[in-house]
Structure formats: structure tokens, C-alpha cells
Design a binder for this molecule. Structure first.
Ligand SMILES: Nc1nc2c(ncn2[C@@H]2O[C@H](COP(=O)(O)OP(=O)(O)OP(=O)(O)O)[C@@H](O)[C@H]2O)c(=O)[nH]1
Ligand SMILES: [Mg+2]
Length: 682
């Protein structure tokens, strides 16, 4: 017997990514910009305070070796209680996952807001970690005509001060040199200057004393030679005006969304075409059958239907990032805050609420900018009520049915549908504010950043980042959902010769006709093809009825009958709970359109022609409005639910969101159907 001894593979050191240097500073001080400069790694930089909630780690080259550096979230103080501040404090105190404390903190100070930034700097000095102060945005300070006395600041803080501009790269080399010197210096700590030490030991009013100190140092260090009237102040007065402000904001947003829809149109077409080509390619390899249907209908159809929205999402984030970078969004938040607060929503909720008009997924992700947990929860809960792009095909189908030749009425109804979503969202927020999330929305403490030229590079990186998140989602959750749906709509399968047994009397007669005609060898190829297509469409329709989805549709008839839905519509509605736009293709299949279901007009004609046994039309005004209202308000998007779960940390909230929206949609559709029917349009 031989023993084999396996060579022991040394595992990589566990602390390979433990940072020795951290970047600390107020929100928007330029930490991420500096981090990108130092590491060459990419991270999102934003102009809207408080967006770096994820931590980022990279390596900086110092003294010919790579030192791990971490970009901490922005914070105003080390002692306050919000999650970001707690994390940063824990990192500095070496309390996070038992990691050792970092050796050095680069405190990034926004030199245009010296006094406020000094508060944190003084606290950082007291942690006992070596500190280098990076006096950032000196380009702006110089432009303002201010002189900063760097020596005086260094003396006050008892730490080296390096003026830099993270954006232009000015002073970065000095900073790295300073880093090198400090990292190779083994003396552990420079003493905290007396004035500072006295400040921290003042037990009466630590905050006040620290503020006083910061103010005094700020005055001592910054000498403004001239006080130029800032041209931006005049602009600010206009854009933050109580009445003019919202109008400007609305105009800018209208412009943004028009641009978005115009620009996204072509790429969306390409994606559709591309998925179509993939479907064709698969069809040429596999003959019709289960595998073919799984790939073409289940995977390509399901994922493709959602990936079409990728251009809208990428463009939305691109444009928003540009707008954010200019400094305008902070003003808009300020303007909206006055109005939103009355409704129980924080001003910051408007960015997610705008995004939600493209897709609730990125909107919920961007609710991170809202610091207060309650405010964030309310916002996340109401976001899916806003009309997302996936509702558009459904709106278009229903509105086309109601007003095929009246563009004005169609336009009004479309606007009405959007408005219903917005009103429902605002009312829901108000109700939640008075029930499950009581209290006032947290007041908006926002300093208006200076106006800047937006960075395209930044916008592209942001858009890319968000796009990737969406694609990953499409590749996982959405794929899984598509597969489940496909299984439900496919099994149990209706055997080819089983059609006669399940078909209605009229269809049975038609089947016999088709079979006799096709049995005749004399008919021409075109007629034969048409007959075969008819038979196959009939088979698809009955196959859906025969499947689990169809049975579920019939089973739920008593539930949805008060809304005017019949079992065929139920199948569409049920499949829509995974993704709402699915109803269009589902109705196409249920009503036996087969491949032609892709054609909107064909579907509309078929739906309009549907009659009950007594000859009355199925799609009456009452039913159409009932479906429309239901789709405006219902939570029909599993991927969104998955994101809600991720962002709120629990399935409970995803379930709550689903529950209240379903009840709301059902009730509203019920009232709509019953009222309109009573008025004689049923
Ligand atoms: N003019 C100028 N702008 C800068 C400078 N450094 C950063 N900025 C801009 O300031 C804004 C905020 O920068 P970020 O790097 O995102 O700030 P941050 O500290 O990471 O912010 P949070 O992550 O929100 O805490 C961005 O628009 C940057 O382009 C600078 O030296 N000069
Ligand atoms: Mg950042």
C-alpha cells in the first residue's frame, strides 16, 4: 500500500485585500475621483451627495510596491449614527470583520467647503491613525480668488497637507510622495495639537466646540482676496425658485425623456431584430418540437422581451449621470423637496421616481441616495406603481382596441394611464407615511455643489455599470422566470391527435374540413400551407388551454369575473405576474394567432373580432378600461421583486409590495368595470 502525499497548496493570505490606506471625507469631497486617480481602477463618481455606498478597494503604487487602498463612503462625522458613518468609523477603529486598523487615512477635504470638512478631519486626527490631508478642488478655490494657507492648516491639524485637484491630476504626485514618506516612517503617531486635544476633551458640548474650532481655523486659513459676485448665484435664484424651479425642472426632464425615447428607439429595434435572427437560426437547426419551443419561445423570447429595454436603461443612466455632474440635480432635489415633503416623500425620491418611468429595477437600485431608511422604504414600495416601459406594449394594445382611429383620444388615455400611476404612487406614499412608516421625511441637508462641466467618461462608466447589472439580472432571474412560464404554458402537452377531442363543436367541424381538403393531392401549395398554418394555430390555442397555465386561467375565473376577465384573459394576466408585457404575446397565442402575434395590428383585429356565444363583443369599453387600470397598478414583474428583496434585505417587503399593489389593482379594476358597465358600455 502506498501513501500519496499531496503537495499542500499554500492558500493566498486571507488579508490580501485588507486596506492599509483608506480614503476618508465628506460626501462629494472627491474621494472616488482621487481613488480612481491613485489606483486606475474604475468607480462611480457622482455629484449627488452620498452615492458611494459600496466600498471600493484598489492598489496604489508606493515605494515600488502595491499598497491596498480603500474608498470609504462619504460621511460628515465619525460619531453620528447613519450606516455609512458607522461603517467608516468601524474601519478606522479596526472593528470591522476583525480587520486590523488601517495604517493611514487620506482625509479628502473639499477646499471650497473648508469649515464643514474640517470637522471630520479633526475627528480623524483623534483616531490615532496617521493622517494626510488632501486639500482637494484647489482648482475651484483658485478660480474663486481664494488663497489657502497650507502651512497654517498643517500646523492646526498637526498633519501634512497636500493641495490637489483630483479631477485634473494636479498635485497627485506630491500626494504619492507624501504617502511614500509616511508609509516608510515607522514612528507611529504625531501628537494631536493642543487646541484639538482640548476640543475633544471638552465634555460640555463636544460638537459646538469642534464647530467653533473648525470655523476659526477656516477663517485663519482661507483668505479671499476679492469677493467676486458669483454668476452662479443668479442662476441658483432662478432654478431654485418656488414656482419657476419646478417648471424648469419639468422642462429639463421632458427634454431628457424625449431624448431618451428617440435615441433608444433604434437600438431597441436592433435588439429585437437580433433576437429574431437568433430565433431563426435556432429554427434552422432544430425542427419544430419541444426543444425548439424551449429555446425559441422560452429562452430567446422570454429574455429577449426584457433585454429590449437595455438601451433605455443604459441611456437613462448616461443622461442622468451627465445631469448629475453639472450640479443641477442637487438644485432640483432642493426644489422638489418642498413639494414632496408635503406628500411624505423626501426630495431625493424624485430621481428614482423618474427612473421608474423607464424601469422599476434601476429605480429601486438608485433609491440608495435616500439616506433615511424609512424614506427609502416608502420610495421603494411605491416605485413600481409608476408606468415603466414594459407597460407600454400593454397600454398600446388596449388603447388601440378602444380608439383605433382617434389619435387624440388615444393620446389622452395614454396620458391618463401615466397620471393614474403617478397619483397612485403619491397617495400610497401618503398612506404609508401615516401608517407603517410614520414620521416626517428627513430634511434635506444638501449643499449646492458648484456647477461643473459634466464628464462623459464618468457617464459612460455609470451607464455601463448599470447596464451590466441589468444584463446579469436578465441572465439569471429573468431567464429562470421565462423557463418556468414556458413550462406552465407547455405542459401537459396536447398530443397532435388530441386536438379533435378538446376542440369545440364548431372547431371540430372546421378541423374535419381542413383534413379533407389537405388530403386532396390536387390542391395547390399555397392553399395547403394556409390550411396547415390554420390547423397549427388552432392547435397552439388549444394547447395553451390544455396546459397548466390554461387550467389555472379557468380555475381563477371566479376571482377575475367581477373585473370582466374571462379565462383567456386570465391566462394573460397570470403569466403577466412574471413580466407584464408577456400578456401581449400570450393573448396572441391564446387567440390562435401563432407567429402573427408579433404583429400589433393583426392582434388588435383578432381581439376586436372576438365575440361571446350570443354575438356580443368580448372587448367592450368596460373590459378594456378594466384591464388597463389593472395593468397600471398591479405588481407584475418578478425581477423587480427580486431587486426589492435585495435592496430592502427581506422577502417580507417584496411580498408586502406585491400584496398591496395587487389589492389596489384588483379593487380599482373592479370599480372601473362595474361603473363603466353600469353606464351602459359593458
Ligand atoms: N473641479 C473639481 N471637481 C472635482 C475635483 N475632485 C472631484 N471633483 C468632482 O466632484 C464631484 C464629486 O466627486 P466624487 O469623487 O464622486 O466624490 P466622493 O467624495 O467620492 O463622493 P461620495 O462618494 O458621494 O461621498 C464629481 O463631480 C467630481 O468630478 C477637483 O479636484 N476639482
Ligand atoms: Mg465616492
Amino acid at each position: 500500500m502506498t501513501t500519496i502525499s499531496l503537495p499542500v497548496k499554500p492558500s493566498p493570505p486571507r488579508d490580501a485585500l485588507v486596506p492599509r490606506i483608506v480614503l476618508l471625507g465628506n460626501p462629494n469631497a472627491g474621494k472616488t475621483t482621487l481613488f480612481n486617480r491613485l489606483t486606475g481602477l474604475r468607480a462611480k463618481t457622482a455629484n449627488f451627495p452620498g452615492t458611494t455606498i459600496e466600498r471600493r478597494v484598489g492598489a496604489v503604487r508606493v515605494n515600488d510596491s502595491d499598497i491596498i487602498i480603500e474608498d470609504l463612503p462619504g460621511l460628515y462625522a465619525l460619531n453620528a449614527g447613519n450606516p455609512e458613518e458607522r461603517i467608516a468609523a468601524a474601519v478606522l477603529n479596526g472593528e470591522l470583520d476583525g480587520r486590523p486598523r488601517p495604517e493611514l487615512a487620506i482625509v479628502v477635504i473639499d477646499a471650497t467647503n473648508l469649515t464643514r470638512n474640517l470637522y471630520l478631519a479633526s475627528q480623524a486626527r483623534e483616531t490615532g491613525i496617521k493622517v494626510i490631508v488632501a486639500l482637494n478642488m484647489v482648482d475651484l478655490v483658485e478660480a474663486n480668488g481664494t488663497n489657502l494657507d497650507r502651512e497654517a492648516l498643517a500646523a492646526e491639524l498637526g498633519a501634512p497637507v497636500v493641495p490637489i485637484s483630483a479631477r485634473s491630476g494636479q498635485g497627485i504626485e506630491d500626494l504619492v510622495d507624501r504617502l511614500a514618506a509616511e508609509m516608510s516612517d515607522s514612528t507611529s503617531e504625531t501628537p494631536v495639537p493642543e487646541a484639538l486635544a482640548a476640543c475633544s476633551s471638552c465634555s460640555g458640548c463636544p460638537h459646538g466646540a469642534r464647530f467653533d474650532w473648525a470655523e476659526q481655523v477656516g477663517r485663519k486659513v482661507a483668505h479671499t482676496t476679492v469677493l467676486p459676485a458669483r454668476w452662479t448665484d443668479a442662476i441658483d435664484r432662478v432654478v431654485t425658485h418656488t414656482l419657476v424651479g419646478p417648471i424648469i425642472f419639468a422642462a429639463i426632464m421632458a427634454g431628457l425623456f424625449t431624448t431618451l425615447f428617440v435615441l433608444a428607439d433604434h437600438p431597441m429595434g436592433w435588439i429585437e431584430e437580433w433576437f429574431g435572427l437568433m430565433g431563426d437560426a435556432v429554427s434552422s437547426v432544430f425542427s419544430d418540437g419541444l426543444l425548439h419551443s424551449l429555446i425559441v419561445d422560452g429562452i430567446i423570447g422570454g429574455v429577449g422581451g426584457v433585454v429590449v429595454f437595455l438601451p433605455q436603461i443604459v441611456l437613462l443612466f448616461f443622461l442622468l449621470s451627465l445631469l448629475e455632474d453639472t450640479g443641477y440635480l442637487a438644485r432640483a432635489a432642493f426644489v422638489m423637496d418642498r413639494w414632496f415633503r408635503k406628500l411624505g416623500l423626501p426630495g431625493r425620491a424624485f430621481v428614482p421616481m423618474l427612473s421608474a418611468h423607464a424601469c422599476a429595477i434601476p429605480a429601486i437600485m438608485s433609491a440608495k441616495v435616500i439616506e433615511s431608511k424609512r424614506d427609502r422604504m416608502i420610495t421603494i414600495m411605491i416605485l413600481p406603481l409608476l408606468t415603466c416601459a414594459a407597460r407600454l406594449p400593454v397600454y398600446a394594445m388596449i388603447i388601440g382596441l378602444l380608439f383605433p382611429d382617434n389619435p387624440l383620444a388615444a393620446g389622452l388615455l395614454m396620458t391618463g394611464s401615466y397620471s393614474l400611476g403617478i397619483v397612485a404612487a403619491l397617495v400610497a406614499a401618503l398612506v404609508m407615511r401615516h401608517t407603517i412608516f410614520p414620521g416626517q421625511p428627513e430634511s434635506l441637508v444638501i449643499e449646492l455643489p458648484t456647477y461643473k462641466l459634466p464628464s462623459f467618461r464618468n457617464a459612460i462608466l455609470t451607464a455601463f455599470d448599470r447596464g451590466m447589472i441589468f444584463i446579469r439580472k436578465a441572465g439569471t432571474v429573468i431567464l429562470a422566470i421565462s423557463l418556468i412560464l414556458w413550462v406552465m404554458a407547455t405542459f401537459p402537452t396536447l398530443p397532435e391527435d388530441g386536438l379533435v377531442e378538446v376542440a369545440s363543436a364548431a372547431d371540430q367541424a372546421r378541423l374535419v374540413e381542413i383534413d379533407t381538403q389537405t388530403a386532396n393531392p390536387a390542391i395547390d401549395a399555397n392553399t395547403r400551407e394556409a390550411l396547415e398554418a390554420e390547423r397549427s394555430a388552432m392547435h397552439s390555442a388549444y394547447a395553451v388551454e390544455y396546459s397548466m397555465a390554461g387550467r389555472l386561467g379557468k380555475l381563477t375565473e371566479p376571482i377575475f369575473a367581477p373585473l370582466g376577465f374571462d379565462w383567456k384573459i386570465n391566462i394573460g394576466v397570470i403569466s403577466s405576474f412574471a413580466a407584464r408585457e408577456v400578456i401581449v404575446s400570450t393573448l396572441g397565442i391564446v387567440y390562435g394567432l401563432g407567429d402573427a402575434a408579433e404583429d400589433e395590428d393583426a392582434l388588435r383585429d383578432v381581439l376586436a373580432a372576438q365575440t361571446h356565444a350570443d354575438g356580443s363583443p368580448v372587448f367592450t369599453t368596460a373590459l378594456c378600461l378594466s384591464i388597463l387600470v389593472f395593468y397600471v397598478l398591479a405588481m407584475q414583474c418578478l425581477p423587480t421583486q427580486a431587486v426589492t428583496k435585495r435592496e430592502t434585505g427581506s422577502w417580507y417587503w417584496a411580498a408586502f409590495q406585491f400584496g398591496y399593489m395587487t389589492v389596489l389593482a384588483y379593487t380599482a379594476a373592479l370599480i372601473t368595470y362595474q361603473t363603466v358597465s353600469a353606464l351602459g358600455h359593458g
